[in-house]
Ligand binder design. Structure first.
Ligand SMILES: Nc1ncnc2c1ncn2[C@@H]1O[C@H](COP(=O)(O)OP(=O)(O)OP(=O)(O)O)[C@@H](O)[C@H]1O
Ligand SMILES: [Mg+2]
Length: 147
């Protein structure tokens, strides 16, 4: 049924739940998983830029993406593999999270998205976050929002 599942991860409780559910589904269905995290800034944070300059690293933006991949996605990737999913691809992107995930769908053969209903945002009262509502409305495939 579903062969390529994308899970959108932002480090939130709801996203952790999304990872658990996506991993279980992928494991049972023999599907591949795309684990995607978007750094929601145009350029590296000031602290990263300062660190990069002190280490004579030219591309602070790339350094920040690599650091996010190593510290955030690799541990989650291991967790997913431990739950029996054979193929996991990690992607660290930069920009507007909903736009980046939607454009990733243009070149990846994703047939299901699993994501949190809410994320790290602090605005209480909204039932659905802006990223999940935008993707829920615009993605060309089914979207499962979890909490
Ligand atoms: N930067 C991101 N990278 C990857 N996935 C994300 C990102 N931000 C949000 N998501 C996904 O979207 C889900 C819902 O988060 P969303 O950002 O829509 O809610 P929120 O943070 O509560 O509200 P808002 O961001 O609108 O203030 C998350 O659980 C996660 O699955
Ligand atoms: Mg958010």
């Amino acid at each position: 049924m579903f062969k390529n599942i994308l899970v959108a991860y932002d480090g939130s409780e709801h996203a952790n739940k999304a990872v658990e559910i996506a991993a279980e589904l992928a494991s049972k269905l023999g599907a591949s998983l795309h684990l995607v995290y978007v750094v929601a800034r145009e350029h590296a944070a000031e602290s990263v830029a300062e660190f990069a300059a002190s280490e004579h690293v030219e591309n602070a933006d790339l350094l920040e993406l690599e650091a996010a991949n190593a510290s955030i996605l690799i541990p989650i990737e291991r967790q997913i593999q431990a739950s029996g999913v054979k193929e996991v691809q990690t992607q660290t992107l930069r920009g507007d999270p909903a736009e980046q995930i939607l454009s990733y769908l243009n070149h990846a053969d994703v047939d299901l998205i699993v994501m949190g209903r809410r994320g790290l945002g602090r605005i209480e009262g909204l039932l659905v976050g802006s990223v999940s509502s935008k993707i829920g409305g615009l993605a060309p495939c089914p979207v499962m929002t979890v909490k």
